[in-house]
Design a protein around this ligand. Sequence first.
Ligand code: SAJ
Length: 405
Amino acid sequence: MMKKICVIGLGYIGLPTACILSSKGFKVVGVDTNQKLVEELNQNHIDPLEPGLVDLANSAIKSGNLIAKISPQEADVFIICVPTPLTNEDKADLTYVRDATKNILPYLRKDNIIILESTVPPGTTEGIVKPILEESGLKVGSELYLAYCPERVLPGNILKELIENERIIGGINPESTELAKEVYQNFVEGEIYLTDTTTAEMVKLVENSFRDVNIAFANELSRVCDKLNLNIWKVIELANKHPRVNILKPGPGVGGHCIAVDPFFIVEKAPNEARIIKTARCVNDSMPDYIVEKVERAVKKTKIKRPVIACFGITYKAGTGDLRGSPALKIVRGLKEKGYTVWACDPYVKDFTEFPLFSLEETINGGDCLVLLVDHKEFKEIKLQEPLRRMRGNIIIDTRGVWKE
Ligand code: SAJ
C-alpha cells in the first residue's frame, strides 16, 4: 500500500500534483532546491498565478499531509517534475532531470516506484534515468519500478485538468506501468492509457508539436493575407466551416515554455526527418519581428511626429500573468529599441519593473496607434469608436482578431 510520496520539483506541475496527492490522503514531501520557495510554501505563501492553488496548498499544509523540503526523504513513490529548458543550441538541457534522479538515490528502497513527468526527448527515461537509478545497486524493473507519465494541463486550468484529463503512462516494463497506473488512479478521473516509456515521451512532444505546426500554418496564412490584402480572420472563419478543417489562430508568435520548446526535442533526435516541425518553429519565432515591422510601416505612413504606440498585453497568452517566452513582450521591447514611445498595459501582470505599465484607460487615451498583442477578455470589450475619433492616427493592429472593425 503506497502511503508516502516524494514530489521532486515544486513548479507549475509539481506543486499542484503534490497538493492533489496530499488531498487524497498521501503523506507528501515536496522537494525543491529553491530554499525561499520551500520556506514560503511551508508558511502558506503561494504564488497566486494558478487559480485555486493557494487554497489547495494551504489546506494540504494545514492537514499535515504536505511538507516542503530541500532534500528528498524515503518514500514509496518518487515523482520527478523538474524543468527541461532549451540550451542555446535548441537542445534539451537535462541537468535538472539528472540531478533530481541522483538526489533520490540515497533514499531509494526495494519496490520503490519512480515516475518521470518532465517533458524530455524520446529515450531519456530508458537511456538516462534508468542507468542513474541502477547506481543504487537495485535492479530497475524488478527491485525498482520506473515509468514516464507526461502532463497535459493548460496553465490557468491546471487543478481541473490534472484530475479530468486522460493520461498516458509508459513503464520500462509491464510491472512498472501497472504500479505507476495505481498511483495515478488515486486522483485521475480521465482514462489512463498504457504504453512503453519512449512512446509516452514521444506522445507528449507530438501533442505540442501538432499545436505548434498548426499555429505556424495560421501565422503563415496571416502573412500571405497581409500580402494579398485579405482579412485572415474571415478566411480562417470560412475555411473552418468545412467539417474536417480546424485551422488555429494566428498571433504575434508562440510563447510559454512548452509549445515553443517541446518540438525542438523531436528535431534534436531526428533533424533530417523533422523538417516541417523545425520550419514551424522558425515561422512562429519570426512573428514578433514581423509584427514590429508591420507596426513601423503603418506608423511611418501616417507621418505623425513622435507617435505614441499603445500596446495591449505583454503576457504569453490570454488570462494569465505569465511572461515566459512572451512574443508580446518581445514586440514591445523591439518597438522601444527602435526608439518609439510605447505605452503598454496588462491587467494580469503584477510587480513588473522592466518599464512602466499604464492603466487600460491611459493606454487607450494616450495612443496614436493601437496594437492588440494579447486577447485578454478585458481588451475584447474596448470600444474603438472613441479612441479613433481622438487619435492622431487611425492605426489599429489587432494580432489576435478580437477587435471587431
Ligand atoms: N497560440 C496561438 N494560436 C492558437 C493557440 C495558441 O498563437 O491558436 C499561442 C498562444 O498565444 C501562446 C502559445 O501559442 O503564446 C501557447 O499557447 P497554448 O494555448 O498552447 O498554451 P500552453 O503552451 O500554456 O499549453 C500547452 C498545451 N498543449 C496543448 O494544447 C497541445 C497544454 O495542454 C500542455 O500541457 C502544455 O502546453 C505543456 O505543458 O506542454
